[in-house]
Structures are given as structure tokens and as C-alpha cells.
Design a protein around this ligand. Structure first.
Ligand SMILES: CC(C)[C@H](C(=O)O)[C@@H](O)C(=O)O
Ligand code: SF4
Length: 471
């Protein structure tokens, strides 16, 4: 009897299909199918290819949009001088290189990780890179996608290839049914709290299980978005009928005869039943509550109805010291409920949670209610297209009449560009993915949460349980 072929993981299948050369020692030269540039890294990358006397190998496989350094104010008023210079650089660089730019005000502009899937640039089985750590987001479509550095970015522009060590594989099963009021964001925060911010380091993660299957595509993008906060450069989810339905008819998705060929290939991608992973983790989601971070790392997270940890309970010395420092920075008392903590700012946006379904879920909470007078609350749609769709549905009106500010698409307060910062010492509930010291401005205190929980905080004026919000 012949030896049974070992099964392959989805990761391995996509990887194998992109190997241009095996360089030995587990290092490979890979073909890059799609490359997205943003305003921070794009202009410099294009320039450095030119300065070396090289040409852009496949300009038709690279796409660009400004997101990080533009203001989210109407008319983009307030874009810093640096931001304007970067925008000009992106415009002139892409023009001379023949790269498609989705400019301000145009459908297609938005946060790089929102526009890729939205335009159908992100496809199952494709290898997509971008000079940004949250490129893992695109794995929600079944793409292999990861962030690259500036040198790599130049390499991709000049060669359409990249040299990469092959990571190990981890599968995370999310099993069961999410309770009412619990979202994909809560699950991934809970997972990071369980596995830790280093838990995925060195791995390409595949999320699987019944909870993943029952999620919509936008929720899957949210899960994959925070893979890097787990330490994993790659997070991915097997494509299924929902993925195909999501992609069909999108601007750059295959059409006509190509659609049939593409879906036939996409159906071969899911991990074989006998595929082996280097690590497997299982999480039951049924009892997971809405989550909110209390510290300065995404793993410092707790159920919204829980107590801020008491340092005496933390046995690991390193973790204890980090927790003490985090509580001091955050101005919180150990052992107290996190609910009731007064909030000054609420930010609904970022590549984690700025898609239409996120805005709908926040609007559902905001509808007919008022933002507390002590809170400033912003909604920053993830893209021009999300903005227009939300406006067509009247979500902007719901937010505005509740007292939220409705802004222009971009990264905005997620990374505190253009003076879009939370003032020092003030507290924000944010739907973004990083709560690091100073992330939303020097001295700013950030609590990560879902759009529903963030909206609940805006209404209550303090951290609140969205499941118990009064009228
Ligand atoms: C500035 C940019 C390159 C960075 C990243 O790589 O993620 C940013 O998007 C972030 O979220 O911190
Ligand atoms: S929204 Fe935030 S996390 Fe996402 S790419 Fe922009 S700065 Fe990075």
C-alpha cells in the first residue's frame, strides 16, 4: 500500500502556489499578487525604486490610497503639512509609476484594509502585502496577507516578489454561539486575553470553528485584523459561500468566465481534514461577554462586567509589573468594576471596526438616545464607500442627532494623526486595535471595545454594559 499523502493546511496550499524559488533553510522567494500603498509608506517606496534606477515591475498589481496622514475633518481641513506633502508625494509617485490611486473624495479611498476587500482587490488564495502591520485583516477573505517593512516594500515594487521565512501554523477553533450583545471584536479581544500578545508569534493563524462559519465577512475581517495583536503576522479564514457572495460583482473581482474558474480554485483552498498544525487552540464562545481593555496592551482585557485585576492575583512577575504600570497610566483602581469608569472620548472607526456592519451596530445603540454631555464622540467611516452607504441608510443622521460627529474616512484618531488626539489624561473608548501608551495622543488613556460597547459608553458617559443600557 502506498503511503498516505499528508494533508495540507490552507496556509501551505497558498504558500506553495506562490513559491518562485526555495532558497533553503525554510526561506522562500514568493510571488506577490497584490500590493497596497498608503500615504505614509507609499511615496518613499516609489521614490527609492526610482533612486536606484529601477522600474516598478508590475504597476497594475499595486494600488494606492491616502488614509494615515489625512485629516478626517470636512474638506480635510487640518491635514498637517507633513500629511499634505505625503498626499502630494503619493499622487505624483503613483501618476509617474502608472499605479492606480484612489484619491480623497473618490469611491475606493479609505483605510487600506477596508478598501482591499471592498474593491475585490483582496481575493481568496491571493498573496497580498502592504507596508502596514494590520494587513493580516485581508485574511478574513481567505487571502494570505501580511505587513511588510520599507525595504521589503521597495523589493516588492521592483520585483513583485518577496523573500520570506515560512512561519509555523496554528489553528484556533472558535466554537459555539455568541450571546446577544457579543461581537467578533469581543471574541478576538477575549482570545488575545487568553493566548496573550505573544501567543501567535512565529505562526500563521487559521481561525476555524462554528462561530467563525456563522460570522459575516466583515466580522471575519475584524477577527483577522487583530491577529497582529496576538503576535501573528498572518491570520486567515477559509473562504466559503459567504465569501463568494461578498466578492461577486466587486469592482476588481473576477467576472464572467473567470468567476467560475476562480471559485473552482477557491473551493480547493480550505485545509484538508488530515492537515496538521503546529499548534491548535480551542475557545468556547458561548459564555464570552462584551470585552473591554483595562491596560496598555490588548491582552490586558476583561469582560465588561468584570473587576479590574488585583495585582496580588498576578503570579508572573513581569506581568505584575506591567499591570501595575498600566493601571497607573490608565488611572484605574485594582479590584473595582470597570463599569462606571467615566469616559471623555469615544472613537468609532479604524481598520478593526469601521465597516458598514460596525456602523449599523453602533447606530442601533445610538438611535433615539443622546451622547452624554461630558463625552465627545466621533464616527469615522473606514472608506468613502462605507460613508456613502451609511449616509444612504441614514446612519449619519442617527449618529448626528444623538450628538456624534460624523467625519471623513481615514485612520484618524486610531493613531492620533493630524492633531486628532485624545488630550493627555483623558479617557477614550475606542473601536481600534491598539491601546499602547500614547497611541491616541500623549497621555491619552484608551479602552478597546466593540462598536456597540463604544456607543454604549458614549451614551452612558462611562464604561457600560451594552446589554443593560437603559433608555
Ligand atoms: C504607521 C503604520 C505603518 C502602522 C502599522 O504598521 O500598523 C499603523 O497603521 C499602526 O496601526 O500602527
Ligand atoms: S486604522 Fe489604525 S490600525 Fe488601521 S491601518 Fe490605520 S492607523 Fe493602522
Amino acid at each position: 500500500m502506498g503511503a498516505k499523502m499528508p494533508g495540507r493546511t490552507m496556509f501551505q496550499k497558498i504558500w506553495d502556489d506562490h513559491v518562485v524559488a526555495d532558497l533553503g533553510d525554510n526561506v522562500f522567494l514568493l510571488h506577490i499578487d497584490r500590493h497596497i500603498l498608503h500615504d505614509l509608506g507609499g511615496p518613499g517606496g516609489i521614490l527609492s525604486v526610482k533612486q536606484r534606477g529601477l522600474r516598478i515591475r508590475n504597476p497594475e498589481l499595486t494600488f494606492a490610497t491616502p488614509d494615515h496622514a489625512i485629516s478626517s475633518a470636512r474638506g480635510r481641513a487640518g491635514t498637517s503639512e507633513v500629511g499634505i506633502r505625503l498626499l502630494e508625494g503619493l499622487r505624483s509617485g503613483t501618476r509617474s509609476a502608472g499605479i492606480r490611486l484612489f484619491d480623497v473624495g473618490e469611491v475606493g479611498q479609505g483605510i487600506v484594509h477596508v478598501i482591499g476587500p471592498e474593491l475585490g482587490l483582496t481575493l481568496p488564495g491571493a498573496l497580498l502585502v502592504c507596508g502596514d502591520s494590520h494587513t493580516c485583516t485581508h485574511g478574513g477573505i481567505g487571502a494570505m496577507a501580511f505587513g511588510i517593512g520599507t525595504t521589503e516594500l521597495t523589493h516588492v515594487l521592483a520585483t513583485q516578489t518577496l523573500v520570506q521565512p515560512r512561519p509555523k501554523t496554528m489553528r484556533i477553533h472558535l466554537e459555539g454561539e455568541m450571546a446577544v450583545g457579543v461581537t467578533a471584536k469581543d471574541l478576538i479581544l477575549h482570545l488575545i486575553g487568553t493566548v496573550g500578545v505573544g501567543g501567535g508569534s512565529g505562526y500563521a493563524v487559521e481561525y476555524a470553528g462554528s462561530a467563525i462559519r456563522s460570522m459575516g465577512i466583515e466580522e471575519r475581517l475584524t477577527v483577522c485584523n487583530l491577529s497582529i495583536e496576538l503576535g501573528a503576522k498572518i491570520g486567515m479564514i477559509a473562504p466559503d459561500e459567504k465569501t463568494f457572495a461578498y466578492l461577486k460583482g466587486r469592482k476588481f473581482a473576477p467576472a464572467g468566465e473567470l468567476w467560475g474558474r476562480a471559485t473552482a480554485y477557491w473551493r480547493t483552498l480550505p485545509s484538508d481534514v488530515n492537515a496538521e498544525f503546529d499548534r491548535e487552540v480551542e475557545i468556547q464562545v458561548g459564555n464570552v461577554a462584551p470585552h473591554v481593555t483595562w491596560g496598555t496592551s490588548p491582552e490586558q482585557v476583561l469582560p465588561v462586567d468584570g473587576l479590574i485585576p488585583d495585582m496580588a492575583d498576578v503570579t508572573d512577575v513581569g506581568k505584575r509589573e506591567a499591570a501595575v504600570a498600566a493601571l497607573k497610566y490608565m488611572g484605574l483602581q485594582p479590584g473595582k468594576p470597570i463599569i462606571g469608569t467615566p469616559v471623555d472620548w469615544v472613537f468609532i472607526g479604524s481598520c478593526a471596526n469601521s465597516r458598514l456592519s460596525d456602523l449599523r451596530s453602533a447606530a442601533e445603540v445610538a438611535r433615539g438616545r443622546k451622547v452624554a454631555s461630558s463625552v465627545r464622540a466621533w464616527v469615522v467611516p473606514g472608506s468613502e464607500s462605507v460613508k456613502r452607504q451609511a449616509e444612504a441608510e441614514g446612519l449619519d443622521a442617527v449618529f448626528r442627532s444623538a450628538g456624534f460627529e460624523w467625519r471623513e474616512p481615514g485612520c484618524s484618531m486610531c493613531l492620533a494623526a493630524n492633531g486628532e488626539t485624545v488630550p493627555a489624561g483623558q479617557r477614550s473608548v475606542s473601536t481600534s486595535n491598539r491601546n499602547f501608551v500614547g497611541r491616541q495622543g500623549p497621555g491619552a488613556r484608551t479602552h478597546l471595545a466593540s462598536p456597540a460597547t463604544a456607543a454604549a459608553a458614549a451614551i452612558a458617559g462611562h464604561i457600560a454594559d451594552v446589554r443593560k443600557l437603559g433608555n
